[in-house]
Design a protein around this ligand. Structure first.
Ligand SMILES: [Zn+2]
Length: 416
């Protein structure tokens, strides 16, 4: 999202607050893996007023009110919620706020009162209030070299989008004004074949089809001017727990690609169609089946498996977060587009506690692109034409979501 690149690239040790009343240096904490600053250290130089009630954090700065929830990577300004890199948290009786909020949202809604200098990690307050239009304009992220945060595995394949979009100029293909990075995750790989691809020709298994679709999707999104990171571009196994880590610093959303299958029985050859999942508790037997199947990939992994406890904890944490609603919206748009071109029909948006989605901390969906156990679905999924149709439809859904997201920032956003 907007200033992610800057924040991630620089990872300053401290930020300078420069106001007409003087200067202060505020240390940046990385103890939760994301740059954050102690709210108390900002109070004096900026005249920041903070109140903490239960999980609710309210910050008033420069006449603006910012509402946060502890543990939730969002800030509410007026009626709209905006995504953050990192969530506010409390340690040792100290409230920490994500640096992303200070460097990106504060200047953006301040009508020129605050300016963030990414080179010097400096927030500058101007001596006089800016006069002129107060409408919020989104400034494009300055070009910054990609940086790998310490805890994030290096991207397997990062493809920079071309051409770079100039300030405020909508991309001629998509109409998007900002740069966005999508993490595409082809399910399974290496010693984990996924489902055996009962109706697939030759020795193709789920992992081969997800990789083919993932690579085509990358090419299509790049063609549309988006940046794409593939979690794997070859036949290798990436641990489930590591896949979402690709979607941390430079990532707007996470899309995992899979192929469904039915166990032996009367329904095996009959079930068909596409379904799109977002993270939640599994509600129906079918949802439980798919969730268990995809989470089963863990048995191939070398790391200590995540038990019920931690996942339940993560889920509980995530369910509180507003970004789940974003994931549901993304799922809705992707499902709508893919089901419109899919011969097997529309199985709808589904929910399941997928490990691969649990840690993304971005809008994240998992697309079950069809059934390997269904003859027609299997032919569609393994044909060039079918894969092309699926890829175009997923890309359409992603772009539709990002357009909505940009409209929400600019139109429903603060400052109007
Ligand atoms: Zn799968």
């Amino acid at each position: 999202m907007i200033a992610l690149v800057v924040v991630a690239a620089l990872l300053p040790q401290q930020v300078l607050i420069a106001t007409p009343r003087g200067q202060a240096s505020v240390p940046v904490s990385m103890e939760r893996g994301v740059a954050a600053v102690a709210a108390a250290r900002l109070a004096q130089p900026l005249g920041l007023v903070v109140s903490l009630e239960g999980m609710a954090v309210r910050v008033v700065l420069g006449g603006r009110t910012f509402d946060f929830d502890l543990g939730a990577p969002f800030v509410r300004i007026g009626d709209a919620a905006y995504p953050l890199v990192g969530a506010p948290y409390v340690v040792r009786d100290t409230l920490f706020l994500p640096l992303h909020w200070l460097a990106d949202y504060v200047p953006r809604v301040s009508a020129g009162r605050y300016r963030w200098d990414p080179v010097r990690s400096r927030l500058e307050e101007s001596a006089t209030l800016a006069v002129g239009p107060t409408a919020v304009t989104l400034s494009p992220p300055p070009a910054a070299a990609p940086a790998a945060a310490a805890s994030v595995p290096p991207p397997v394949t990062a493809v920079p989008a071309a051409p770079t979009i100039a300030a405020g100029t909508p991309n001629p293909i998509t109409g998007l004004r900002l740069s966005h990075t999508i993490v595409v995750d082809p399910g399974h790989g290496g010693i984990d074949p996924g489902n055996p691809g009962l109706t697939f020709p030759g020795h193709l298994a789920e992992k081969d089809v997800t990789l083919a679709i993932g690579r085509l999707l990358r090419a299509e999104l790049v063609r549309r001017g988006l940046s794409v990171v593939l979690t794997r571009s070859t036949d290798t196994l990436i641990d489930l727990a590591d896949r979402p880590l690709f979607c941390r610093a430079e990532c707007d959303l996470f899309v995992s690609i899979h192929v469904n299958s039915m166990p032996k029985g009367p329904r095996q050859g009959r079930a068909s169609g596409v379904e799109t999942y977002f993270l939640s508790d599994a509600k129906t037997e079918d949802q439980k089946r798919v969730t268990q199947m995809e989470n089963d990939a863990m048995r191939f992994e070398t790391a200590t498996p995540v038990g019920d406890g931690p996942l339940a904890f993560i889920l509980k944490d995530l369910q509180l977060n507003e970004y789940l609603r974003e994931s549901a919206r993304l799922a809705d748009l992707v499902q709508g587009r893919v089901s419109a071109v899919h011969p097997g029909g529309d199985r709808g948006v589904q929910q399941g506690p997928f490990l691969v989605l649990a840690a993304a901390r971005r809008p994240a969906v998992l697309v079950e692109t069809g059934f390997a156990t269904h003859k027609e679905d299997g032919a569609f999924l393994t044909s060039a034409m079918g894969q092309r149709k699926i890829v175009n439809a997923i890309a359409d859904g992603i772009v539709a979501y990002l357009l909505e997201f940009e409209r929400k920032l600019a139109v429903g956003g603060p400052g109007r």
